[in-house]
Design a protein around this ligand. Structure first.
Ligand SMILES: NC(=O)c1ccc[n+]([C@@H]2O[C@H](COP(=O)([O-])OP(=O)(O)OC[C@H]3O[C@@H](n4cnc5c(N)ncnc54)[C@H](O)[C@@H]3O)[C@@H](O)[C@H]2O)c1
Length: 373
């Protein structure tokens, strides 16, 4: 099922374009568009969004920034060897991978890069504008899927915020799929408000937090008293390595804990730990241990085990978010896209935190997009 016929070509500019999530999104988009695989995991391909006027998968053109230079077809082969992409898929979509690879520009700042903030933002903006112009694209959305950076300290703009500033300057919608600062930096608040572009974030909700946003409301609605909620994650891959840095993990865990505070109305005891286990590659195991009290203080425990392939969970959501944000911009929607809270651990704006309410808001938003000109 395709949401609509291609009218125009639109751009998806990925920050971290050579990473696992980005490579899976590019390869997956080509595979689904060619009918090689069903769109499993893509919410925008389900019936409620059929009339939302979303750009067709065949109309998406990919490019982006990355600081490493491994060619995309090679990254895709590595992911296929690791079982993330189906065997044979990189060969089947080789042309699309090569086309996206040709549109990836060096990111920054590289070690020893002497360019200051303004020069970096100007260079990134020029790369995005050049992509849009050369491709004859109607518009583009910038999606951050780069490595999680440590929580920002001080006034200097971290790399994710340099890219976010470039997106605003290029007049592109912006999605932050990571916990990194991005548009959240105070120095960008005025520019974001004045830019008139739609934006969404932060940090895709794909595994443990997805489950928490369903289970948290369940405990609250059944009037059960959650005393402690503890979680441990084991994962490898680039994300596992990046999150081995305690500062990067702290940025990630803040979002996971927000879901509990918002759905339970308070913070139970317990922490979230993230362990880097390189042997696991992209496969994540997440355990949650929830200690709760029932009637008359009877003590009980729920334990959950989630075993997911991170990039296969994230990539369809990246495609969803790109399409929704592109369509939002086309429809004249500007500012924070609170109705996309369904997708994020730490959503922009003041939307609901329970997954069921977030889904209802998303479906309503899809309907509004369909009614817009
Ligand atoms: N389920 C999920 O996979 C999931 C869920 C939520 C959030 N995320 C976030 O998505 C991001 C990507 O995850 P991944 O598994 O693809 O990681 P990855 O390590 O495979 O890819 C990250 C890419 O970012 C690039 N990069 C690093 N610094 C950069 C910079 N300054 N400019 C441009 N590119 C830069 C790296 O070279 C790499 O290619 C992470 O931040 C992760 O936390 C993933």
């Amino acid at each position: 099922m395709s949401a609509s016929l291609p009218r125009t070509r639109v751009g998806v500019w990925l920050i971290g374009a050579r990473g696992s999530v980005a490579t899976t999104a590019v390869a997956g988009c080509a595979a689904v568009a060619a009918g090689l695989h069903p769109p499993t995991g893509m919410v925008t391909e389900t019936p409620p969004f059929a009339d939302s006027g979303l750009p067709a998968l065949t109309s998406l053109v990919f490019g982006g920034h990355d600081t490493m230079d491994c060619p995309l077809p090679k990254r895709a082969e590595e992911l296929a060897a690791g079982g993330v992409l189906p065997h044979g898929l990189p060969a089947a979509v080789a042309a699309e991978l090569a086309a996206a690879d040709a549109e990836i520009r060096p990111g920054g700042p590289a070690p020893g890069d002497t360019r200051g903030t303004e020069r970096l933002i100007a260079a990134f903006t020029a790369d995005i504008q050049d992509f849009v112009r050369r491709g004859g694209l109607e518009r583009a959305v910038v999606v951050n899927v780069a490595s999680t950076e440590p929580a920002a300290d001080g006034a200097a703009l971290p790399p994710s915020s340099l890219y976010a500033a470039a997106a605003l300057r290029a007049g592109c919608g912006y999605v932050n799929f990571t916990p990194s600062t991005g548009l959240h930096h105070p120095a960008l608040a005025a520019a974001a408000a004045a830019s008139g572009v739609p934006y969404a974030g932060r940090d895709g909700k794909t595994g443990q937090t997805l489950l928490r946003s369903v289970l948290g409301p369940m405990f609250a609605q059944r009037a059960l008293d959650v005393r402690a909620w503890s979680g441990t994650n084991l994962l490898g891959g680039g994300d596992g390595a990046a999150l081995a840095d305690p500062a990067a993990a702290a940025a990630k865990n803040a979002g996971k804990e927000r879901v509990l505070t918002d759905t339970l109305g308070g913070s139970p005891e317990g922490e979230v730990h993230i362990d880097d286990v390189p042997a696991l590659g992209d496969w994540k195991t997440a355990w949650d241990h929830i200690a709760f009290d029932g009637f008359l203080g009877t003590r009980m425990v729920l334990q959950t085990t989630w075993q997911g392939c991170d990039s296969a969970l994230a990539a369809p959501l990246v495609l969803d978010l790109a399409r929704l944000t592109l369509r939002a911009q086309e429809s004249g929607v500007r500012g924070p896209l609170t109705d996309l809270g369904f997708y994020f651990k730490d959503p922009v704006g003041q939307g609901p935190s329970a997954l069921a309410e977030q889904y209802a808001a998303l479906v309503r938003f899809g309907r509004q997009l369909g009614e817009a000109a």
